[in-house]
Design a protein around this ligand. Sequence first.
Ligand SMILES: [Zn+2]
Length: 241
Amino acid sequence: MSAFAGILESTATGLTLVSAGALAYAVRVPSCSWLDSSVSRGAGTRPAIALTFDDGPSESTAQLLEILARYGAPASFFQCGTNVRRLPGVAREVAAAGHDIGNHSDTHPLLALKSPGFIQRELSAAQEAIERATGVRPRYFRAPYGARWFGLRAAQQRLGLQSVTWTTIALDWKRQTPFVVSRLLQGATQGAILCMHDGRALKHRPDISVTLQAVRELLPKLIERGFHFEKVTDILCPTKN
Ligand SMILES: [Zn+2]
């Protein structure tokens, strides 16, 4: 349904807006002017992987930060505004550790069938919550459930948000650790963006033990294979390195 919505959205907005969007991206991030409105992988020119985590911050995010710090691995966190208002200190810790913070909507709704006004409010509220808690104004947006809909592109353009999806999604919210690790290892190619979760939508005290154990096992394996880790910001811009 999301691919269909994407096609509908492109047809509805027309060429003028597409060109305006391309120009906006070019102005905002000069070294990334080649980017389309949504990206699912970074430059394949070096053995880099982007680790990304959605649905946080949660009560367990600090444990994940510890594991990442042990390996000196930078990552990107797509946070929900509601979770940030609940745990502003955790959101701040993520930023202070030097990770990227992206926008993952305010209340984690399925955006399909929602009005452009609703979509705009979801993105704006999350943007404000994140900026208030961390001092960082996100530049990247990941749609809940990966679903795009009419009005999303315009809302992103107004807020200067680049859409980032993933190369491989972990299914860490419903599968066990061995499956998750093996799936991510298979998807680990140069420039891959891997999607995991340090929260479970808006759930309080979510059980993310599968995610934590998967990251513990995955990082040394990827390093052994010669990969290093980059934030979304860096993996999308080949000229920066
Ligand atoms: Zn999500």
